[in-house]
Write a protein that binds this ligand. Sequence first.
Ligand code: FAD
Length: 210
Amino acid sequence: DKIWGMMDDPATGRRFINEGLTRNALAQAVLLKRLQNGDKKPFIIYDEKSLGKFHNLNRVQRSLNGLNGIDGTMVKYDNLSELCKAFGADPKVVEDELVKYNAMITEGKDAQFDKPLERSGRKVEALDLKGPLFAMVINPRLNYTPGGIRTDLQGRAIALKDGKPIEGLYVVGEASGGLHGQERMTGCSMPECAVFGMIAGESAAQRKSI
Ligand SMILES: Cc1cc2nc3c(=O)[nH]c(=O)nc-3n(C[C@H](O)[C@H](O)[C@H](O)COP(=O)(O)OP(=O)(O)OC[C@H]3O[C@@H](n4cnc5c(N)ncnc54)[C@H](O)[C@@H]3O)c2cc1C
């Protein structure tokens, strides 16, 4: 959903990234930015119609209501200067960035960071700067560990030395690795954990001896 907005570094007031990158790439870039800018959290700006493109409108509402956990609150601002004040960014620079951003989006090419301007059949559109505007900090947190122990389709652990299943040893959930590769698609961890948990359980129950 970051793809619908413009992300900004409060230290410089400037846009600094293609907002449509994968969550891992965004997280790493944001953390690096914080290392470089005195630990100021980047923020993202939306208008009303871009919020309407979020994949989970219920979550947006929870976020607006302050029910989305630490740093998960989306705040509504009447105008850009109010918004910039809240994030400690220079409003003149941010406005300049937004005007440039809007011009590129309207032209149909992000000449700065090459953000794709369409996702899931919906188009990225210029942000309406008249307000209201919406913004929140971008604060990456760990919610998934990629990689892990190789398993087969029954959830059995695969030995590194010969690629064969280790009898009686099952691995499921985040301890297992390989299904998603380096980048997990959002929302797909719990299905994997649950499905392979059940398969491994059935497989273990069918074993004659333990
Ligand atoms: C904030 C957040 C949001 C997420 N959102 C999504 C989402 O929208 N969709 C999605 O698919 N995934 C999401 N995930 C990821 C998903 O929740 C996890 O990948 C998944 O729950 C991992 O399941 P698991 O069974 O491997 O581990 P866990 O769910 O962590 O289960 C491990 C269990 O083992 C217990 N345990 C640990 N040590 C011991 C011990 N020594 N003895 C006994 N018990 C022990 C723990 O208490 C825990 O209950 C999210 C994760 C986070 C943190």
